[in-house]
Design a protein around this ligand. Structure first.
Ligand SMILES: Cc1cc2nc3c(=O)[nH]c(=O)nc-3n(C[C@H](O)[C@H](O)[C@H](O)COP(=O)(O)O)c2cc1C
Length: 206
């Protein structure tokens, strides 16, 4: 089994990476393969709502989102990591995820998802809520830990000093490994995934 970890920071090896690395280590110790993908690299275009992805499962704009979609489809679980920017998840990450989930969110149903954020001081819970929303609209079981998945620091070294935060992230990794193994055991025992009703969509209009 394998888990894809998306780093939504502009920094490839900054605080968010340090946090993801801690989760990845815990997963690896449980026998789960991991890959950290740098989603925040370079400018990321916003979703134009063109709808082309509904036909292809791919985004018309090719700036790394499609590569992540292919990897996420192959993965058994997904971890999203973002720095906090102005009290929310960094725009580069939400832009990336808007397009990734709009194009391919349907492929992630019943894959466990976990989110984490890194901040210097404030805004972590709002940012975390934003990331978790991608899972909760995609039938993805959300993995939790002993505290909200956040670390505090302005440098990787400061993040490593956040002992409670790092412990929370190691448990997040262990919990995801446990859930992945539980899902696999259920599948092997013949437990089917829920059959969804035909989708009803309503717009609120008067
Ligand atoms: C544009 C910008 C806005 C930021 N806004 C916040 C904020 O609202 N709250 C906070 O605690 N830290 C804020 N920070 C600091 C980062 O969230 C923090 O240093 C984080 O750990 C950096 O992670 P990274 O190294 O993975 O990018 C901001 C940083 C930048 C560059």
């Amino acid at each position: 089994m394998n888990v894809l970890l998306l780093n939504g920071s502009p920094s490839a090896n900054g605080c968010t990476y340090t946090a993801l690395w801690e989760v990845a280590g815990a997963l690896e110790r449980e026998g789960i393969q991991t890959e950290i993908f740098h989603a925040g690299k370079g400018p990321v275009a916003g979703c134009t709502g063109c709808g082309a992805c509904k036909e292809t499962g791919r985004c018309m704009i090719d700036d790394g989102v499609n590569r992540a979609i292919e990897k996420a489809k192959e993965a058994d679980g997904l971890i999203l990591g973002a720095p906090v920017h102005y009290g929310g998840a960094a725009g580069v990450m939400t832009t990336f995820l808007d397009r990734l989930f709009y194009a391919a969110g349907g492929f992630f149903a019943y894959k466990p998802g976990g989110a984490l954020v890194s901040c210097r001081r404030g805004g972590a819970t709002a940012a975390l809520d934003r990331l978790n929303k991608y899972f909760t609209i995609s039938c993805m079981p959300v993995v939790s830990s002993q505290y909200w998945n956040m670390v505090h620091g302005n440098t990787p070294e400061e993040v490593r000093q956040d002992l409670e935060g790092m412990q929370t992230l190691r448990l997040l990794g262990q919990n995801m490994a446990w859930l992945l193994k539980s899902i696999q055991a259920g599948r092997q025992a013949g437990l089917p995934i829920p059959q969804a009703e035909p989708r009803i969509r309503t717009n609120f209009i008067r």
